[in-house]
Write a protein that binds this ligand. Structure first.
Ligand code: C2E
Ligand code: MG
Ligand code: MG
Ligand code: MG
Length: 282
């Protein structure tokens, strides 16, 4: 069935949409409980220094497995959490769990480390929550230096309310945290925000990176983003590197950091720490 939405002015729900709405509602109910019931966890994906070859940090990614069920992808539950406002407590839980894990790793490693965790912040959190205030209290609780946390924002966070986004970004920078622009190039913002906001890192979206193998236009876009970042004094992270060819190409092009299945999928905390121990240089 063709979706009625695309055909005219009359909104008629098709069976598929009813099912989707039902699933969304049931997800919302389950998710509300999950946040309190310890059903959420974080996985950590290595961020590799392409120049030196070591691991500079990890991206913390939310995972959810309802009791007795299969894992539900964040691609599905994050938008639901954003729609119903649960992203605020969920985002707070993610931030706290990331800082707690980093403090725990410091204890286990027994040596001061400059390893950083990169945490995703949704546009809805930025609009509705005091993100900088919460980050400040989490850092204090776990005695983590602000320089060890990067916040990944998306272009939509900025478009929604540029003034507010700027205040939050400046407050986060005052804590010494770094700011990354996630999925760079996929949003609809103008490049002007790069001039107005103190952004440290551009994360080149996986769609451009994976496209580089067969598509000259994708290569041109990635080159242009790298040279733009370089000119503006920003670092770059390429997402979705799955092959040695892509790792070599992005290294040769001067990209700062790589992330992708070529090195590792996101891993549970203990496995990620083992990975770090095995791969850490220096
Ligand atoms: P993202 O922030 O762009 O995270 C990168 C996603 O790409 C992750 O998917 C990661 O597993 C995946 N990825 C990394 N390397 C590769 C690769 O080489 N190949 C492929 N095919 N995929 C790769 P994941 O964990 O499913 O998360 C999807 C999205 O959900 C994230 O995209 C982010 O937008 C959102 N998300 C996840 N956790 C959180 C969270 O704690 N808070 C918020 N606000 N959003 C989150
Ligand atoms: Mg991200
Ligand atoms: Mg990303
Ligand atoms: Mg992405």
């Amino acid at each position: 069935l063709k979706r009625a939405k695309n055909t005219g002015k009359v909104e008629v729900y098709q069976p598929g949409e009813v099912n989707a709405a039902r699933r969304r509602f049931s997800l919302e109910t389950q998710l509300r409980r999950a946040i309190d019931a310890d059903e959420l966890s974080l996985h950590f994906q290595p961020l590799v220094d392409l120049d030196k070859g070591g691991i500079s940090g990890f991206e913390a990614l939310a995972r959810w497995t309802p009791p007795g069920g299969a894992p539900i992808s964040p691609v599905e539950f994050i938008p639901v959490a954003e729609e119903c406002g649960l992203i605020v407590p969920l985002g707070r839980w993610v931030m706290d769990a990331a800082a707690r894990t980093l403090a725990d790793w410091d204890r286990q490693l027994g040596a001061p480390s400059d390893l950083y965790f990169s945490v995703n912040v949704s546009a809805v959190q930025l609009q509705r929550d005091d993100v900088a205030g919460h980050v400040a209290s989490v850092l204090a609780d776990h005695r983590i230096a602000g320089s060890r946390i990067t916040l990944e924002l998306t272009e939509s966070s900025i478009i929604a309310d540029p003034e507010r986004a700027k205040r939050v970004v400046v407050a986060l920078k005052d804590l010494d945290a770094a700011i990354a622009m996630d999925d760079f190039g996929t949003g609809y913002s103008s490049l002007a925000f790069l001039q107005k906001l103190p952004i440290d890192i551009l994360k080149i979206d996986r769609s451009f990176v994976s496209g580089m193998l067969g598509d000259r236009d994708a290569v041109a876009i990635v080159r242009a983003v790298l040279s733009l970042a370089d000119a503006l004094g920003m670092r770059t992270t390429a997402e979705g590197i799955e092959t040695v060819e892509l790792a070599q190409t992005l290294t040769a092009l001067g990209c700062t950091t790589g992330q992708g299945y070529y090195w590792s999928k996101p891993l549970p905390a203990d496995q990620a720490l083992d990975y770090y121990r095995a791969r850490h240089v220096g």
